[in-house]
Design a protein around this ligand. Sequence first.
Ligand SMILES: *Cc1c(COP(=O)(O)O)cnc(C)c1O
Length: 405
Amino acid sequence: MRLPVYLDYAATTPTDPRVAVILSQHLGQDGIFGNPSSNTHSFGRTAARAVETARTHVAALLDIDPGAIVWTSGATEANNLALFGVMRAYARKGRHLVTSKTEHKAVLDVCRRLEREGCAITYLDPNSDGSLPLERVAAALRPDTVLVSLMHVNNETGVAQDLPTIGALVRNHGALLHVDASQSAGKLPLDLQALPVDLLSLSAHKLYGPKGIGALVVRQRPVRVRLEPLLYGGGQERGLRAGTLPVHQIVAMGEACRIARVEMEAEQARIRRLRDRLWQGLAALGDVELNGHPERNVAGILNVSFAGIAAEALLDALPEIALATGSACTSASHEPSHVLRAMACDAMRMRGAVRFSLGRFTTVEEIDYTIDAVTAAVTRLRELSPVWETGQGSPKYRAVDWAAP
Ligand SMILES: *Cc1c(COP(=O)(O)O)cnc(C)c1O
């Protein structure tokens, strides 16, 4: 086993070596380096074919037409394009958007900006287990609601929302549904033939592809979703996202999605066993709480609060294990996580929350090492704590995965 142990797959994943090979084949003088828009020579045409093959791999993972895929620089840009794009294109129909308080900042910060542009936004409160009650979504819909934007799997807690039910509700109401699927694509089944989702954001680096590439899925049928572009220029991607296509990044994302489709089921079962082993090992400490939903969750994320200690102190005591407190994007600010706050966690629980995220290269040796190291560190920190008293016990955590449709 090599140190440090990486348990921060929800922040980013290492690029799969098979993906890195394909990526490097699209660089250099002997590689497929042409500009896909250069249709006057074979360099450009070969590159364009590579891009279209990658598009079919991404589309196959979601069971949707390749024509629905728009390449972006990642999920942040995809979320920006979905929210600004729809709210501007449908401004005459209405200016109300519904989202939740547990969304990624790449949605929440866009919503703040949209408010300044005159849009009305409803921010839904989740239950204490992170799930969104259907009645609360239903109650938020108004005649002028144009868009509902909800993430599939939360990046801090791993909680998965009930997309089939929420999607049906939104569609019946006549609004569009955007889903940030950065943490679920390649992990939970996402069948867009069956799911009433109109726009969906993806990020390659959360599924063993490189950073800096992602996609927005824009449904074409039964109704074509209209979008106002964010970038203007060479007219690439049917005018929805101008800019020379990054061929090496795109083929790498395509390969990452191809591998995910083939290996997802077995891989998630293996990761779920490791996650449950980790939870059982940590829960044996006592006075440990699970932040999230015991059943509706993705296999690779475990968010745990250790009563009586500060998460930062635990992470400082474990430099040989890569872990996260809040999400990586907010951890610099040292504010309590907006996600746990929305789930109405108390201050002590937010202070002691640590996210363990597992993935393709996590081994059982790493999990056992982590259980031992965390147990020793938590025990020591609790002994040092002047206020610590034991006795709450740990809740049951059922090892059942919840799959979408
Ligand atoms: C990582 C992540 C993003 C941002 O994706 P980038 O490709 O890094 O821009 C957005 N939403 C969620 C849920 C994420 O986990």
